[in-house]
Structure formats: structure tokens, C-alpha cells
Design a protein. Structure first.
Length: 150
């Protein structure tokens, strides 16, 4: 989980990892206390609804909400096996603006991870530490953006 800090090669004008983008660097400047601890987890949230039956004449919707850990190397951070399925909203139609009701427990947990962190064991260093996490950005199309933004 420390690859972005310990092993990443920082090359000017080359984007190989989310740590290379301006948003990550700006976040580091705004929150230096968080950035100074490479074991803190940076997350992205991806969401979009789909019809699981592939038949548009059948009215049904699934709305997954996935967290993506960006501390991993680029060949691992975008692999489905490393995603966290945090929420799945089924129903006859898209949850629309009511999605925030389903998201509230996740938001509460993310706030807890940001503010207080959680005591965690680092097996590499063989020590306990307080892990904090932040949500850097969301990944979605414009209709989902409208639903996620309220």
C-alpha cells in the first residue's frame, strides 16, 4: 500500500499512476499531515446503474458503488480483484436522487476513516498504526454524477 510513495518514479509530464496527476499533488499540499503518512489510503468511488438482464424491455436496475484503492501499483490498482464493492442498490428503476440515502452509511464510515482513522497492523513493518483514508474523486458518467451530487 506504500508503492505510490516508495517505488513510484516521478517523471515530469508522464502520467503512469494517479499520484502523477495534479489533483493528487494538490491534495498533498492542502493536507500535508495526511500526505506525510504513505500508509494512509486514497480512494476513488465509481458508480453507474445498469440493467442486469441486458433487456431494455425489462424494468430493473442494479446500482453498484465501488471503492478503488489508489495506493497500489498501477498494474494492481485498477484490477477488479482489488476493488471494494461497498454498496449494491437493486430495484425496479434507478435510485435517482434517493441514492444518497443508501450512500449515508458509506459516507459515515469514510468520515470516520478521515477524522479518527482505525488501528491497523502493518505486516511489513510488524507494527500497529492508525490508518486514515480519503476519497479523492468519483468516476461516473454525467447522469450518475447528477445522482451522486444530489
Amino acid at each position: 500500500m506504500r508503492w505510490h510513495k516508495d517505488k513510484r518514479v516521478d517523471t515530469e509530464d508522464v502520467l503512469r499512476h494517479p499520484a502523477d496527476v495534479a489533483g493528487w499533488k494538490h491534495f498533498d499540499k492542502e493536507f500535508p499531515q495526511f500526505a506525510s503518512k504513505p500508509r494512509n489510503v486514497r480512494l476513488g468511488l465509481a458508480s453507474d446503474g445498469f440493467n442486469p438482464f441486458g433487456n431494455m424491455s425489462t424494468a430493473y436496475s442494479m446500482w453498484p458503488v465501488v471503492l478503488i484503492p489508489y495506493n497500489l501499483p498501477p498494474w494492481k490498482c485498477m484490477k477488479e480483484s482489488n476493488f471494494f464493492m461497498s454498496l449494491l442498490v437493486p430495484g425496479p428503476k434507478s435510485p435517482g436522487k434517493e441514492l444518497d440515502v443508501y450512500l449515508q452509511p458509506l459516507i459515515d464510515e469514510l468520515k470516520e476513516l478521515w477524522n479518527n482513522g482505525v488501528r491497523t497492523f502493518d505486516c511489513t513493518d510488524e507494527e500497529y498504526f492508525r490508518l486514515h483514508a480519503c476519497l479523492l474523486w468519483t468516476i461516473n458518467d454525467f447522469p450518475a454524477y447528477g445522482d451522486l451530487s444530489g
